[in-house]
Design a protein around this ligand. Sequence first.
Ligand code: HEM
Length: 455
Amino acid sequence: MSVLTGAKPRRNPKNFPLHRTLPGFLKDPLRELERISAVAGGGVPRLDLGIVKPLLVTRPDHLQAVLRNTDTYARDGIFWRPLNDLMGDGILGEGGESWAVSRKVLQPVFTLRNVRSLTGRLAETINAAVDELEPAARSGRPVAAGAEMTRIVNRTVVQIFFGGKIGPAETARLAPAFEAVIAALAFRVLLPFLPDRLAPRGRSYREGVRTIDDVMFGLVERYRDDPGDGLDIFTALCRARTEPGSGLTDKWVRDNLVGMYSAGTETTATALSWLWPLLCAHPEVAARLYEEIDRVVGRDRVGPEHLEGLAYTRQVVQELLRLYPVGWQFPRMAVRDTTLDGFSVKAGQTLLISPYLTHRLASVWERPAEFDPDRFAPEHTAGRHRYAYFPFGGGPHQCVGNHLFQIEAQLIAASVLSRFRPEPAGPVPSRPAMGRTLRPEHELRMRLVPIEERA
Ligand code: HEM
């Protein structure tokens, strides 16, 4: 239990009535939230968003108290409910026994040791996907940065999730089905209080779910009784399902596959889609990054042996997730009356938690709006509060894909940049668009110039 709980009652700052904030929210909701969190100065203000009135929690010590205390602050509430019927009862469920069993089965798949042992195969998959950029690069044809990241990430995810157990036809059905479902849910996740009849999910959502179920249940049916001994997620889930007396069902395997796919694909691809606009806008960072990749990878194909030398690449990715933490908000709901650092919190109240806001607080970060990967150099990270930087959340629900993402990101950046240099072929996005994840406001079209053509 945190020392911040149960202290003397304090008044929640209340100077954010809707009539004052609405113009700002209509113009640029993220900027308005940033403004409010700066003005609140570490208090816990109640935001008036019309139908919902969440508390805004931004201070690192407050975040620690909330995220670690799942008995008082559950991952439940109006913002999560639109996802429940898609995610079912697995790792992305509300918590409780089924979440705990899922976490116990899945977490070991993602230990640093396990992910490292998969790095060789991951690198091969990534290099092969990057090879496909060659024709566009040779002909000078621009590519869409975000779409290419999605393509490359989808290939790697299939490898980590299913080992060799899924065929190309099934893979080709899954990716667009997930895209359709996630696109249909985006609006609903931002405006969860709208009744279904005003924001129906529509045919593309229903068809997407049908395709996903079809593929997932088909795979479970095929492998359930003989899962083999792969290190992938699917095999781990099937093995747990078939253990005598497990009580787990095919639906549990499906729910976890859907949860993992949703949590691991769009986040990773969106995060990496920020790399290219940031490099175009910061030539000094780009030059250091290219120097490191040229020195460490050179003309080789990137592999596990290069990761350790790619320290600056890692810092660039960490800083990218500070400015654009793609999982930009993940609310909690108080399950009982309590206080947070003396501020009153009522049972049923939503707490808005946003790494985007905390990562941009001037009280926490120097020059918060500046892109500066040196913040993550080892000599600068000591003494930083654990929750000053939390793009992967924290506490019992902390992201299980953290290590996988870091390795995937280093490999993808190094694989592309050891062969090509990006040059913008259109406007460079600089603002995020608010959605389920935090994407660049528009696609970056870029040319990938083969390195030898520049020499
Ligand atoms: C840039 C990449 C990623 C970001 C920014 C990210 C962010 C997050 C955040 C903020 C949470 C906490 C949610 C909460 O507390 O309510 C989370 C949870 C989760 N993430 Fe990630 N994630 C990323 C990549 C991945 C990948 C690659 C996977 C899987 C392979 C993954 C699987 C999960 C799962 C399963 C959870 C739920 C854990 C639980 O509730 O026990 N994520 N992620």
